[in-house]
Design a binder for this molecule. Structure first.
Ligand code: SF4
Length: 328
């Protein structure tokens, strides 16, 4: 029996789903690792480097476990015979996904519905790699130059018309218009998980994006200050076709911007009517202020109070005041 361990991530793990398909095609039983069960081979996948300690714990219990994923080893790839398998869409259950949809104000029923949509969706990449080389991103070292890997049709799950499209930079794809046209013609509902590269938008791509159904908002990023002009231009083009309330802009913080620059980007996006979302670099916040800022933006508390009035930041300041009084 083959044992699988999915360390992190919100979505079903594509590599584990392919490993599952491969071994099932050989007549093996495959399941997520259960305590006390015996396995001939164990595979684990870790997406985020801040969960490496969990991989080390896995290896201490199962020294022979094979671990992959961007959080553990950027150079490890699946053997061709596994990579070419269709994902096993039977591997994950609603119960597996539900604990990952935590927080928020959604009811239990709507979370169950969301988990059901996720496990029934088709998922995967039509292209991998990127035309850019952003220093904070794992895509260039892991996936290399932009290249095509499969067609839309190959990714579909017959159980639904939802497609979780994981392409690293769909907007850079020379075939992006054909792919969006195919998504429209197949009447799919798409979740472009990596967002679009708003700096590469043309009116044609923006129009094509507006003509397809999106599972969530259309999201993109403004990571570095130097890209302000291109990002603003891209937002302008997109907003001529997709209403601003459907936009979401990720803001990388803690990489090479300071707090004032983070606040500047936030204000600029809000002024435009775009929803901002803070993404900390490597899940670390340089200061308590950065941490509070992310909470203030992402919880949408900025719509009801100023940052100076945001309770966690008020408390953090009063705590640091008390500490400095104790130290004086
Ligand atoms: S554009 Fe996006 S995917 Fe490409 S290198 Fe930069 S952050 Fe990574």
């Amino acid at each position: 029996m083959i044992g699988l361990i999915d360390v992190d991530g919100k979505l079903p793990n594509l590599a584990l789903m392919k490993i599952s398909s491969f071994y099932k095609s050989l007549g093996e039983r495959v399941e997520f690792v259960k305590q006390g069960a015996k396995y001939t081979k164990i595979y684990a996948s870790c997406l985020f480097s801040w969960n490496r300690h969990e991989c080390e714990r896995i290896l201490s219990v199962y020294p022979e476990a094979e671990i992959g994923g961007t959080g553990w080893d950027l150079n490890k790839t699946l053997p061709d015979e596994i990579e070419s398998c269709r994902p096993d869409y039977e591997l994950y259950t609603i119960e597996d996904i539900l604990p990952r949809i935590k927080g928020g104000i959604a009811s239990k029923e709507s979370k169950i519905k969301k988990a059901e949509i996720i496990i029934n969706a088709g998922m995967g990449f039509t292209s991998r790699g990127c035309v850019r080389n952003c220093g904070f991103c794992f895509v260039p070292p892991k996936e290399g130059q932009f290249h095509q890997v499969s067609s839309i049709g190959e990714l579909l799950n017959s159980k639904s018309d939802v497609l979780i499209l994981m392409d690293n930079n769909l907007t850079a794809d020379p075939n992006v218009l054909d792919k969006l046209k195919e998504i429209k013609e197949r009447n799919l509902i798409v979740d472009i998980t990596q967002g679009i590269d708003v700096r590469l938008l043309t009116p044609e791509i923006a129009k094509a994006l507006s003509e397809i159904k999106h599972l969530r908002s259309v999201h993109y990023a403004w990571d570095l200050m130097g890209y302000e002009k291109q990002v603003m231009e891209g937002i302008k083009i997109l907003s001529q076709h997709v209403k601003l309330y459907k936009h979401l802009c990720m803001m990388l913080t803690g990489y090479n911007t300071n707090f004032e620059e983070d606040m500047y980007r936030f204000r600029k996006l809000v002024e435009l009517g775009v929803k901002p979302y803070v993404m900390p670099y490597n899940k670390t916040y340089p200061t308590k202020k950065h941490h509070c800022f992310a909470g203030w933006v992402n919880s949408r508390k900025h719509t009801i109070c100023s940052f100076e009035e945001f309770e966690p930041w008020v408390k953090a300041q009063s705590n640091s005041g008390q500490i400095s009084m104790l130290l004086d």
